[in-house]
Ligand binder design. Structure first.
Ligand SMILES: Nc1ncnc2c1ncn2[C@@H]1O[C@H](COP(=O)(O)OP(=O)(O)OP(=O)(O)O)[C@@H](O)[C@H]1O
Ligand SMILES: [Mg+2]
Ligand SMILES: [Zn+2]
Length: 561
């Protein structure tokens, strides 16, 4: 007499059936369910521990498998069941040929009962389970209960389950699986040996999918494959379902563009373009790009988040110099990130990130997603104009702003003043060969392209002779540090090359910081204007404004005596 009938539980979980994926997309996932511990991707620590335990005969009465969707919990539960009940076992490598192994793989083994708690939430099922538990296995070594989605059980059902877990008969083994550990009572958790399944790293998913494609004799482009992996977010099942989608649409014949839109993955190229437009303050370009994304049916919040991830990549790269986290990007994309990282300071990128984060939060409350996203990116594009608070404070401290008039007897100026801008309309014709004109063009270009550098220009002298660019800076000042910085030199070099198609030889010379260096009477007017400008710049700064808001005060600008 076989009392252990699975019927009362509607137990048999047909592989793939509880999976939230349309049926037509399940084929690959089902076919490629790992059958051996070694085949479970990305969960080595867990599978090795289980195999060792089996080798040593240290079997727990209850296991709890936790982790996000589609990372191998149910698959591992079944492999464990096979390992324990294999007619050649217990063995860390089930034979996959005996009746027990074959039946478990198909989900209809007589002594392995799979309960999908999502559809059997009630106390009735668990009570029946409790009764069932008492009977010996009908054929195999253990009676194994796999309870999937165990967090869905009702409190009463949990209590009933707990009673069983407290005094399980020797032949019974429970394997509980859940995506939501926090919903499981501590009393249950503490009676189980717990294994946390991790999100599977992109490169391991990538390799697995490549293997599947090769075995199946199907091809999709490498770019599409990367989109598939990205879209999976680290879930192997989601990756396999996405792959199935692309394959069933025509595999290699589907354009990368369509694949990215279909899977909601933002192409790296869009991100690169956006960043370039931000750096170039190309507002119109940004609006146009968002318009194109919108037209193609991209989710704009998704785009914003992808861009945040991109900025994070840039920051991590800039701070650590490491490319570890970029491993999944192509060589060209890594090169772009490297180049972009050189263009702003870490602080500036962090400000980008902050602004994006705020925008992302606001998107939760607004029906006007598109406008918000547009404004966020336009704000980013306006940001490079704002010098950092630190820069401005230093500039304020060190800016020459004399209160007392310069001594009339001051010696001759040590340095030539910076060439004055000719009044508009009166510009002398530009002779390309005149160093004087070239230096003027150069200064203008710096002014247009780099607001922070522009603010410093009045405090340095530039001398040009052929390709030799000499920069004279006041010694031991912010200006010296800044102009000696490789980033600054790189920026100057780039501008120079763009203008004159040749690489400059840049040298830095310092001059002592004596009052004569700057407290020249004819400069006083210029310095006043300079102070006004620095103040204005300061007041424009987001941080400065935020500080004012915080203390509801106002800034007072004081000149150094
Ligand atoms: N770690 C993995 N290695 C290889 N394939 C995997 C892995 N995880 C999931 N898969 C693939 O995804 C399918 C579903 O996996 P499984 O049912 O084990 O996931 P799960 O963690 O139980 O997910 P859920 O929480 O949604 O039940 C498998 O058939 C297999 O094709
Ligand atoms: Mg599962
Ligand atoms: Zn077997």
């Amino acid at each position: 007499m076989d009392v252990v009938s699975p019927e009362p539980f509607t137990i048999a979980l047909i592989p793939g059936q509880s999976e939230m994926v349309p049926k037509s997309y399940q084929v690959i996932a089902r076919k490629w369910r790992p059958q051996q511990f070694e085949e479970v991707v990305g969960q080595k620590t867990i599978t090795r521990t289980l195999q060792n335990a089996i080798r040593l005969g240290r079997i727990a009465h209850a296991y709890l498998f936790t982790g996000t969707r589609g990372v191998g919990k149910t698959s591992t539960a079944r492999i464990l069941a096979k390992a324990l009940n294999c007619h050649q076992g217990p063995t860390p490598n089930p034979c996959d040929a005996c009746p027990s192994c074959l039946e478990i793989a198909q989900g209809n083994a007589i002594d392995v009962l799979e309960i999908d708690a999502a559809s059997n939430r009630g106390i009735g099922e668990i009570r029946e389970l409790r009764e069932n538990v008492q009977y010996a296995p009908s054929r195999d070594r253990h009676k194994i209960f796999i309870i999937d989605e165990v967090h869905m059980l009702t409190t009463e059902a949990f209590n009933a389950l707990l009673k069983t877990l407290e005094e399980p008969p020797a032949h019974v083994i429970f394997i509980l699986a859940t995506t939501e550990l926090y919903k499981i009572p501590q009393t249950i958790v503490s009676r189980c040996q717990q294994f946390d399944f991790r999100i599977i790293p992109f490169d391991e998913i990538y390799e697995r999918l490549r293997g599947i494609l090769a075995e199946e004799g199907t091809r999709i482009t490498d770019q599409s494959l990367r989109f598939v992996v990205k879209a999976s977010g680290g879930s192997m099942r989601d990756a396999e379902s996405a792959l199935q989608k692309i394959v069933s649409l025509g595999g290699e014949g589907v354009s990368d563009e369509d694949v990215s839109a279909l899977l909601g993955v933002v192409q790296q190229d869009f991100l690169n373009q956006t960043m370039r437009m931000i750096l170039n303050q190309d507002h119109a370009g940004i609006l146009d790009l968002i318009d194109r994304l919108y037209d193609r049916g991209h989710d704009l919040q998704n785009f914003l988040r992808a861009f945040m991830e991109f900025v994070r990549h840039v920051i991590v790269h800039k701070v650590t110099g490491s490319q570890q986290h970029l491993l999944f990007l192509s060589e060209e994309d890594i090169a772009v990130i490297r180049e972009i990282a050189g263009q702003l300071t870490v602080e500036e990128f962090i400000r980008h990130y902050d602004l994006l984060l705020q925008a992302d939060n606001q998107l939760r409350w607004t029906p006007f997603v598109r406008f918000h996203v547009e404004m966020a990116f336009l704000k980013l594009a306006s940001m490079p104009k704002l010098a950092s608070l630190e820069q401005i404070l230093t500039a304020l401290q060190e800016a020459p702003m004399p209160v007392r008039p310069a001594a009339p007897a001051a010696g001759p100026p040590v340095a030539e003043p910076a060439p004055k801008q000719p009044p508009p309309g009166a510009a002398p014709p530009i002779e390309p060969n005149s160093d004087r004109d070239r230096i003027r063009i150069f200064r203008d270009a710096i002014g247009k392209q780099h607001a922070p550098l522009k603010a410093m220009l009045p405090h340095v002298e530039l001398h040009l002779s052929g390709r030799r660019l000499e920069i004279v800076v006041p010694e031991n000042t912010f200006y010296e540090r800044n102009f000696r910085h490789p980033n600054t030199q790189k920026q100057l070099e780039d501008i120079f090359i763009e203008l004159f198609q040749t690489t400059p030889e840049i040298s830095i010379r310092t001059k002592a910081r004596t009052p004569e260096n700057h407290v020249r009477q004819e400069d006083t007017q210029r310095l006043r204007e300079e102070q006004k400008r620095v103040e204005a710049l300061f007041m424009e700064d987001r941080v400065a404004r935020a500080l004012i808001d915080k203390v509801s005060g106002k800034w007072i600008f004081k000149r150094q005596p």
